[in-house]
Design a binder for this molecule. Structure first.
Ligand code: DC
Length: 335
């Protein structure tokens, strides 16, 4: 079961507009969440005390929501609160992520979900960006774009075509007709290379260094950055990468740089790899991390660096939950 939130306002306390706005709100909730009416368990409305002309629940019935129980309540009068506002909670049987809907002046109540917000989360390999990004994306109900996956897919393409990742002319040629798509299944990113889902293949350890190498090339970066900007312009998302705050979205409202000492990052990776049943020695992982950091930091185009206006989070002695809570607080402060 899911609880969908929604709110709208009316310009005046008049029955016609209450009916119209309630209908609009419910239709939007239904459409955004692809809800069948028979999946709706009930709807609970509340209205501010300046609304007298019509029950929102009655308006819902008249809007065609016949089968579910409806209830309307009156909200207390709170100083400074939004006027002429109708709120709803729709309980429904679905497991899809909730798309809450805030319309008209009620959009101001939840700027986080009514504005397009982009969150740049940069940092070196193993700093915990993707873990944090996935949790935050879920909490804020926005997409997570793992931009590293895109460079990894380019590296896989090089491997498949037998092209050395540092041969700019040859890579430029395969980049001309590469088909790279990012899709989402149940909110989880899947990366498609030339029509094939390569989400697992690109996670192989040998792809990491190759991705870092291919990411030094202008022909690759230009194509990936254009795709990342296009996605970010259409929807609220958290983008994790190396150059999001400095290059991809220099005007992003929220910028974080997540880091940790190379030793801590290597330790985390070693634990991850043990959990997957591999036994890669810690020293080897540490050496690879340092090598990759060097390449990402020292490349000529869009190197890994802290944006001047980014908040630095050193997670060396923080838990994942602490990092998430810290970033979430900073976002809420600024919204
Ligand atoms: O985050 P990751 O380990 O999946 O990234 C793989 C490589 O891709 C990384 O070493 C450098 C490159 N990359 C980049 O250059 N710019 C980004 N925005 C993301 C990743």
């Amino acid at each position: 079961m899911i609880a969908l939130r929604g709110a709208t306002t009316v310009d005046c306390d008049c029955a016609e507009q209450i009916k119209e706005r309630v209908k609009e709100l419910l239709c939007e909730i239904k459409a955004k969440n692809r809800l069948d009416e028979n999946k709706i368990i009930c709807m609970i409305f509340s209205g501010t005390s300046d609304i007298h002309s019509y029950y929102p629940a009655k308006a819902a019935r008249e809007a065609g929501f016949y089968s579910c129980p409806l209830f309307s309540a009156l909200e207390p009068e709170i100083d400074g609160s939004l006027k002429l506002c109708i709120r709803v909670m729709v309980l429904a049987e679905t497991s899809a992520p909730a798309e809450h809907v805030y319309l008209h002046n009620a959009a101001a109540l939840r700027k986080d979900i009514t504005q397009i917000i982009n969150i740049a989360l940069d940092g070196p390999a193993g700093s915990g960006k993707s873990t944090v990004s996935k949790i935050l994306g879920k909490k804020l109900n926005i997409l997570c774009l793992d931009t590293g996956a895109m460079y990894r897919a380019c590296a896989l393409k090089c491997l498949n075509e037998g092209v050395p990742a540092n041969d700019e002319a040859a890579v430029a040629k395969i980049m001309e007709d590469i088909s790279l798509e990012v899709k989402y299944a149940d909110g989880v990113q899947r990366t498609f290379l030339d029509g094939k889902d390569v989400s697992e293949d690109i996670r192989k350890p040998e792809i990491s260094m190759l991705a870092s190498t291919v990411a030094t090339l202008r022909c690759v970066r230009e194509k990936m950055v254009a795709l990342q900007r296009e996605i970010a312009s259409k929807t609220s998302c958290i983008l994790d990468g190396r150059d999001i705050g400095t290059n991809v979205l220099p005007n992003a409202k929220f910028k974080f740089y997540l880091t940790a000492s190379p030793e801590v990052r290597a330790q985390r990776r070693a634990e991850e790899s043990r959990a997957k049943g591999f036994n890669v020695p810690y020293e080897q992982i540490l050496q690879k991390i340092i090598q990759r950091d060097n390449q990402d930091i020292n490349r000529k185009i869009a190197p890994l660096t802290v944006a001047g206006d980014a908040i630095i989070v050193d997670s060396s002695s923080m838990t994942v939950n602490e990092v998430v809570a810290f970033i979430e607080n900073k976002i809420q402060e600024k919204i």
